[in-house]
Design a protein. Structure first.
Length: 364
């Protein structure tokens, strides 16, 4: 394997994609002698194996900007690398058309990983068409669910490789046992947790609307862990609808598993996903899951509703009914949880990390 592997990940923000990045990169470090990461996010350097070359700006200044600026800076860094060295393979950990274009101009092999469903991409026809053309230029495209693959095949006539997110069961269980302050303060009938960025994609507003419906029927406590541009909007909704007794907000932490362990039910309200890590992590800790049936991932993880409860995207009344159904049918839901837990072996880290390595090995 003569070529150097360059992992291209302009912005690292601590979400599910980033968790996969850390696991995959550190696994590659045990197999490859020449491995580099291009990113603008210096603050996460300690999460990577020391043998990995970190190609980034010398200061954290650029990490304070929005994603678009970070992408421009990272593309400039990639261009600098290519002008110095052509014997490389680029692995774009998040699909980026400009990264693909630069690689193709200089005849550099590129693998691109797409991690959110096509429904979440631009609705602008021209932009989608450009993305389709550029995606086809990549030497290999990979996605993280079979539902995602079928969507790409149908809409873009692309047949990508499918590799599930590698899930470290032992690590999740170990971290869940670490000491952590109690996040649920009240003696509620039901404890619910949601973790995710406060964005339109994650759609916590639908969850809050559902809680608003059932607050008079059920003594419930909801904790939402996250941060993002919609934080004030969500908090204002809670205040306006007198939900402060039932809903609390927490900031992201390095170890969310100790908090995840404290809940009874995990709710995912997203409008679209790729393969949501947080659903898998909740199931590893044997937490019952109620999720939107968004593209893509939740239906595949929850066995099309045979391993958890699903509701239509944005249907807060449907979500409210699912929560009430869970409370009234816990024995039935326990059986569903058992089925989804047994199916988790599909996502084990050993199998899927080997698939990642064989994917890149073919081009090195």
């Amino acid at each position: 394997m003569k070529k150097k592997l360059i992992i291209f990940m302009p912005s690292i923000e601590g979400g599910g994609v980033e968790k996969n990045l850390f696991i995959v990169s550190n696994y590659f470090a045990t197999k490859l002698k020449r491995l580099s990461i291009i990113t603008v996010s210096n603050s996460y350097k300690k999460r990577f194996d020391k043998s990995i070359e970190f190609i980034s700006p010398s200061s954290d200044y650029w990490d304070t900007f929005n994603r678009r600026v970070k992408y421009i800076v990272a593309l400039f860094l990639l261009l600098k690398v290519i002008l110095k060295e052509r014997d490389i393979l680029v692995f774009a950990f998040q699909a980026n058309i400009y990264c693909i274009i630069i690689c193709k101009i200089f005849s550099i092999k590129i693998i691109t990983r797409s991690n959110s469903a096509p429904i979440g991409w631009s609705k602008n026809f021209i932009k989608r068409y450009i993305f389709k053309i550029c995606l086809k230029l990549a030497d290999e495209v990979m996605v993280n669910s079979f539902e995602f693959k079928s969507k790409l095949k149908k809409e873009f006539n692309i047949s990508p490789k499918v590799i599930y997110n590698p899930l470290n069961f032992k690590e999740i269980k170990k971290l869940s046992k670490e000491k952590c302050p109690k996040i649920f303060k009240r003696k509620a009938q039901l404890k619910i947790l949601n973790i995710g960025r406060f964005t339109e994609q994650k759609d916590q507003l639908t969850l809050l609307k559902a809680i608003n419906i059932i607050k008079s029927k059920l003594n419930i406590e909801l904790i939402i862990i996250g941060r993002g541009m919609l934080e004030n909007k969500l908090k204002n909704f809670v205040i306006k609808n007198k939900l402060t007794k039932f809903v609390k907000f927490e900031k992201f932490t390095k170890n969310p598993y100790a908090k995840l362990k404290q809940t009874e039910v995990f709710v995912l309200s997203s409008r679209f996903e790729g393969l949501p890590n947080v659903l898998l992590e909740a199931l590893v800790l044997k937490k019952f899951v109620i999720s939107s049936s968004c593209q893509t991932g939740p239906k595949e993880i929850l066995l099309n509703g045979k391993g958890g409860l699903l509701f239509k995207v944005g249907d807060y009344r449907g979500l409210a009914n699912k929560i009430l159904f869970y409370v009234s049918n816990k024995s039935e839901c326990k059986y569903l949880l058992k089925k989804s837990y047994k199916s988790l072996n599909r996502f084990n880290s050993d199998t899927n990390l080997k698939k990642y390595f064989y994917l890149v090995k073919n081009f090195l």
